[in-house]
Design a protein around this ligand. Structure first.
Ligand code: UT7
Length: 312
């Protein structure tokens, strides 16, 4: 079965660390509230860095780690809802900065926090219908510019960062995807450039409910499609929005807690970057040796959702 494999990964974070105590100097909040409601301890905010620079740094690391010949990269897709410019895309800036070939597509894709999963799915389609060897898929966000620093309901939750993966074709039965969207345009919204402000507005409880019901369904569909059980899966990597969301999902499955990777304590919710950042950390820790089977699940504004079961 035509599928993809992750060849190498990289991540990039801006230099400014904001702890929960730092946030409590900006809005009426506390480390106790943020930690207990979300599991988040700190996040990174850009302080001069731009989205495309994070994207480039994460991609450069992935290319170096995989010892990739850049002339064999056949497309660049950047998942982001927070590009520096309406155009050129972050992907075009990455292409130029890394000196990639000119006869390839470089484009951004916006599916909010599900973006990296959508981008992997699109890359899989293009890789398998072209003769290209590698796709460079990046999730990169500068969310701090979209945060109302007077709104404690949202500003404590998010962080900036980027994660990149070089992927290639694979032939394996250990592969399935589930993608969806439902057009909910009220629970989680970030107005665009022509609007009065560009700040994230969220009904946290609605998003929470959507997340815990959808992610479980996506995991079950992926397992059904591949005739597997949760015991056959080495790790599940969910979008890192909130520890309580993931703990609620774990209860739906008969498995050990550490099968579900979590790192939001360090980064907050980095939207499209959260899954590739997690994957990069996991490779670094030696958790994703060749042959391991993982499930990645994203969920976010739109509402959008996406899952992928693949073999490392
Ligand atoms: O990528 C997807 C993005 N979004 C998400 O995944 C968000 C999903 N939702 C959530 O994670 C949770 O709903 C939140 C963490 C956002 C909120 O947790 P909650 O348990 O649903 O809290 P709440 O919104 O019901 O607020 C409870 C109280 C309220 O006070 P009152 O009305 O009970 O007096 C809020 O005003 O907590 C207050 N509150 C805060 N207090 C201190 C809200 N934000 C804060 C804060 N610090 N930062």
């Amino acid at each position: 079965m035509s599928a993809i494999r992750i060849v190498s990964t990289g991540r990039a974070l801006p230099g400014k660390v904001m702890t929960n105590d730092d946030m409590s100097k900006i809005v009426d909040t506390s480390d106790e509230w943020i930690s207990s409601r979300t599991g988040i301890k700190q996040r990174y905010f850009c302080d001069g860095e731009m989205n495309w620079q994070l994207a480039v740094e994460s991609a450069r690391k992935a290319i170096e780690k995989g010892d990739i010949d850049i002339n064999e990269i056949g497309m660049v897709i950047v998942a982001t809802f927070s590009p520096d410019y309406a155009f050129p895309s972050v992907a075009c800036l990455v292409q130029k900065e890394l000196g990639l070939r000119n006869d390839i597509m470089a484009f951004d894709l916006n599916a909010a926090c599900t973006g990296f999963l959508y981008a992997l799915n699109v890359a899989e389609g293009i890789l398998n219908s072209s003769g290209e060897k590698y796709a460079l898929v990046i999730g990169s966000e500068q969310i701090s510019t979209r945060l109302n620093m007077e709104d404690r309901n949202t500003c404590v939750l998010f962080g900036d960062g980027a994660g990149a993966a070089v992927i290639e074709k694979n032939v394996t039965a250990n592969y399935a995807t589930v993608m969806g969207s439902d057009g909910n345009t009220t629970a989680l919204i970030c107005p665009g450039q022509a609007m009065e402000n560009q700040y994230i507005d969220m009904d946290g409880k609605k998003v929470f409910k959507f997340a815990v019901s959808t992610v479980g369904n996506v995991i079950n569909e992926l397992l059904e499609k591949t005739d597997k059980t949760i015991q056959d899966i080495d790790y599940v990597i969910c979008h890192q929005a909130n520890e309580r969301i993931i703990k609620t999902i774990i209860k739906q499955f008969d498995c050990e807690t550490d099968k579900f990777y979590m790192n939001m304590s360090q980064y907050g919710n980095t939207s499209a970057a959260s899954i590739p950042i997690a994957i990069d950390e996991m490779y670094e820790k030696g958790l994703l040796a060749k042959g391991k089977t993982i499930i990645m699940v994203g969920f976010g504004a739109g509402f959008t959702w996406g899952g992928m079961l693949l073999e490392c």
